[in-house]
Design a protein around this ligand. Structure first.
Ligand SMILES: C[S@@+](CC[C@H](N)C(=O)[O-])C[C@H]1O[C@@H](n2cnc3c(N)ncnc32)[C@H](O)[C@@H]1O
Length: 288
């Protein structure tokens, strides 16, 4: 059955057909992973349920929507239609946030971390699970905030704050102005006229999560820069994901605020320039 499903998914252009065929079978059998060599005989209704689930994947529904979860660093997060599916690339950003928090904590600081545009909460929840930081997650989508809060609870961290908010709001989290140690964000950044090619993204990730606004897609990333300039303490770390082609523009936007130093681009898991790293400059006032 897995071999036949793999063939069907290959014909449908699914990028990792064998992996997905095995993952769907494991999910239906309620197994963490499936070893085809040692698996016992499947239940009677397995064939029908497997055919239905594989057909959903054949029609390019995301694997994560079919199995209802995704692995991200050390946690398994619930995933559902209407909220952006966390991507492996973002594990790098979360890892840099974790490293910074650990370094601060070793120096006796109790770090405050803000995850803007949190979606299902992969960054904020990972930081909460892997460190002792206080974490605040924000998203404009009420469904995303609800899911991020559920993921934090399910991972044993119900104290993580998840709030509905708009990164363009100049008073967002105003009580934390100048106090945040790490501000992490994976905002929407796709230009309006650049429709994603993959059906899983185009047809299933919400538009609110994809399109960054403006001709270059950078309106929301620029709003993140403004929020970071206001919220970060001097020396605080900004981490923001962006598209490969936006690396230079995002560095220039960060420099133009005059609020950041040590501005650089960090590679993602596949070596592509996908992540802005910068420090809040000491001594500059808040940004207009
Ligand atoms: C690319 S997704 C990333 C989600 C999550 N950080 C991740 O890495 O999986 C962008 C998120 O930004 C949120 N968003 C869109 N516009 C926003 C805004 N103006 N203010 C705050 N969040 C916004 C979307 O709802 C979506 O959850």
């Amino acid at each position: 059955m897995v071999a036949a499903a793999t063939q069907l998914l290959t014909q449908a252009g699914v990028p990792s057909p064998r992996h997905d065929a095995v993952a769907i079978a494991a999910h239906l059998l309620d197994l963490p992973t499936l070893s085809l060599v040692t698996a016992g005989p499947p239940p009677d209704d397995f064939g029908r349920r497997y055919a239905e689930a594989v057909d959903r994947r054949r029609r390019r529904e995301p694997l994560q929507h079919i199995v209802g979860s995704t692995a991200f660093r050390y946690v398994t997060l619930t995933v559902e239609p209407g909220v952006f599916v966390p991507r492996p690339e973002t594990e790098v950003l979360a890892g840099l946030a974790v490293d910074e928090v650990r370094a601060l904590a070793a120096g006796g600081v109790e770090p405050l971390v803000v995850d803007l545009c949190c979606g299902a909460g992969p960054i904020g929840v990972s930081v909460a699970v892997e460190t002792s930081a206080t974490v605040v997650m924000v998203d404009r989508s009420a469904q995303a905030v609800d899911l991020a809060a559920r993921n934090a609870r399910a991972c044993g961290h119900p104290q993580v704050t998840a709030l509905i908010g708009d990164v363009r709001d100049r008073d967002l989290l105003a009580g934390h102005d100048g106090r945040v140690d790490v501000l992490a964000a994976n905002p929407p950044y796709i230009p309006l006229d650049a429709e994603p090619v993959d059906p899983e993204v185009r047809d299933h990730d919400p538009d609110l999560a994809l399109y960054g606004g403006g001709v270059d897609g950078l309106d929301l990333p620029r709003a993140v820069l403004q929020a970071a300039a206001r919220l970060l303490r001097p020396g605080g770390l900004l981490l923001m994901e962006h598209a490969e082609v936006q690396a230079q523009a995002v560095r220039a936007d960060a420099a133009a605020t005059a609020a950041f130093v040590d501005i650089r681009t960090h590679p993602d898991l596949t070596g592509r320039p996908r992540l802005l790293v910068a420090r809040r400059a000491p001594g500059t006032g808040s940004i207009a």
